[in-house]
Design a protein around this ligand. Structure first.
Ligand SMILES: Cc1cc2nc3c(=O)[nH]c(=O)nc-3n(C[C@H](O)[C@H](O)[C@H](O)COP(=O)(O)OP(=O)(O)OC[C@H]3O[C@@H](n4cnc5c(N)ncnc54)[C@H](O)[C@@H]3O)c2cc1C
Length: 501
């Protein structure tokens, strides 16, 4: 038996007959299709990395004391030290994609770890559903599954409640019998679903009584009968070459609409059944939401550092690093990176025990979420400001280097401070892919929205802040003086003024 999952294991597991559509066609094999194959290889590289003997201890652990090891994302930390150990593993994983695989396999593993820590919440809902979740957690962990999740409804008409949307739009239970439930309708936006093994389906957005048909959670293999995956445009397929689009050609994790065409879900895979409040509790009364978004901040810490690296290289390439105002901008950017790291360290250091498990500080996590969804587009804008036209004034493609006469002009006109023209073009194309290409733009949208729109994240921050502590401090301060005392102290001065008059 192998020690742990490898890239080859993962690629093999994706050849499972799943139904994926792109550009009006069914994809026969996602591991070979030009829209997805490089992203699949990038995902596989994560498993190869963890399987290397020198990385086994850093990246994996044994859940059952056997010699079978799985990624540390599945580890349920019992103390601060285990939490930090686990984070270091996942930062090492994120570095393989410079933080550009937003939904690497650790994301939903974190969500499930947090939900499993709150099993008693599922038990209150139903002992059978709690058993299903606990068993599924063991199965997913034992197999080191790559999971995606769809926990949001299609945007549709925001002025209407979810239950009032047009027939067939929002996924709902349309039938059930002794073997399970049948689901029809859509969920979004299954990032990485193309290269995941399984999908966790749930409902994070508030539901109201009467919307019980929509109130369910379950897990399905990506090849479940009736599960149709509608890919968005592939940036990987549009990438001209790795030299021209080094990020989009490799890390286009894809986002896809999931349509449940009367999909049957067996009871052992149903975790929430017709309970609108339990849909909320699944994430918010367990540490599920805290854990999944803690993972997002771990990954972001790597991505922001990469963007800082790009910014510094931009200024080096165009020779502006020593201009005081440019240094000021770089210093400001470095402070943003420092802040992301500090918030991460803070949510770990100020974590707390929940039963036998250690969980990150919830309000610090929400603070980080609110601040970073604002921070990301500002960081991107700063890089644009530092770069000017050099991001655009680039040869149309690698083919310009293949023609001697064009290449000669390119080499003459792409001169830069301290780097060869080819190196400058290579670097500027990478920078543009990160911040301005269609792939780069999608990343800005992702960082602004993956955890919910601003009104949602600020709502979490509002709910979880220590308002009693804050207002209590104001009360104590106000109680330290009052009107009568102050008037009494004014009296002698008043008398004096009156006598003088
Ligand atoms: C690149 C990308 C990848 C994603 N991947 C996944 C995934 O893997 N799995 C998944 O489940 N989801 C995923 N999502 C979905 C994501 O969680 C949602 O986009 C997010 O929750 C926001 O929901 P929405 O898109 O419906 O926007 P809305 O909630 O409709 O918000 C859009 C805008 O409408 C306004 N608005 C709407 N309602 C209100 C209100 N009540 N009060 C005030 N203003 C309001 C605000 O201006 C807001 O910014 C992804 C999204 C993106 C962009």
């Amino acid at each position: 038996m192998k020690t742990c999952k490898t890239g080859a294991d993962h690629i093999k597991s994706l050849k499972d007959g799943r139904t994926v559509y792109i550009d009006g066609q069914v994809v026969v094999d996602v591991t070979e299709h030009p829209a997805f194959r490089n992203a699949v290889r990038s995902a596989a590289a994560l498993y190869d990395f963890q399987a290397q003997p020198e990385n086994l201890e850093l990246m994996t652990f044994s859940p059952d004391q056997s010699n079978r090891r799985v990624n540390r994302a599945w580890q349920m930390p019992r103390n601060y030290e285990e939490m930090v150990l686990r984070r270091k593993a996942l930062q090492a994983w994120a570095m393989l994609s410079c933080g550009y695989l937003g939904r690497s396999p650790d994301h939903v593993a974190f969500a499930l770890v947090g939900q499993r820590m709150g099993l008693e919440i599922f038990e209150k809902h139903s002992p059978q559903r709690a058993r299903a979740l606990a068993d599924y957690f063991e199965e997913a962990r034992r197999n080191d599954y790559f999971l995606t999740y769809v926990i949001i409804n299609p945007q549709a008409e925001r002025a209407k409640d979810w239950g009032d949307q047009a027939e067939g739009l929002v996924a709902r239970i349309v039938d059930e019998d002794s073997s399970g439930i049948t689901v029809r309708g859509a969920k979004l936006l299954g990032t990485s679903s193309i290269m995941a093994n399984e999908v966790l389906v749930a409902n994070l957005q508030p539901l109201k009584p009467g919307e019980e048909d929509l109130a369910f959670s379950c897990a399905l293999p990506m090849n479940a009968k009736g599960l149709r995956v509608l890919s968005r445009k592939s940036y990987e397929a549009a990438a001209l070459s790795r030299f021209d689009n080094p990020l989009s050609s490799m890390f286009d994790e894809n986002d896809a609409l999931m349509y449940f065409d009367d999909v049957k879900v067996p009871w052992p895979r149903v975790f929430v059944h017709r309970d609108t409040d339990m849909c909320r509790a699944q994430f918010h009364d367990t540490p599920g939401h805290s854990y999944q978004n803690y993972q997002a901040q771990i990954r972001l810490s790597v991505k922001i550092k990469f963007l800082c690296g790009l910014a510094h290289r931009i200024s080096e390439a165009i020779g502006t690093t020593n201009i005081p105002s440019v240094r000021e901008q770089l210093g400001f950017l470095a402070a943003q990176s420092g802040m992301v790291n500090a918030m991460l360290a803070g949510m770990e250091a100020e974590g707390s025990m929940r039963g036998e498990w250690y969980v990150p500080n919830k309000h610090y996590m929400y603070s980080a979420q609110v601040l970073t969804q604002d921070l990301y587009p500002r960081v991107i804008n700063l890089l644009r400001e530092l770069a000017g036209g050099s991001l655009i004034m680039l040869p149309s493609s690698i083919h310009d280097f293949a023609d001697a006469s064009v290449a000669k002009i390119v080499r003459t006109t792409q001169r830069a401070a301290g780097i060869a023209p080819e190196q400058k073009v290579k670097f500027m194309k990478a920078a543009w892919d990160a911040i301005g290409s269609e792939f780069g733009s999608r990343h800005t949208q992702y960082e602004m929205f993956y955890a919910g729109a601003r009104f949602v994240t600020t709502g979490h921050s509002f709910r979880t802040y220590d308002w009693d502590g804050a207002t209590g401090m104001v009360e104590r301060f106000l109680a330290s003086y009052d009107l009568a005392d102050e008037l009494a102290q004014l009296q002698p001065a008043g008398d004096k003024t009156a006598r003088q008059a």
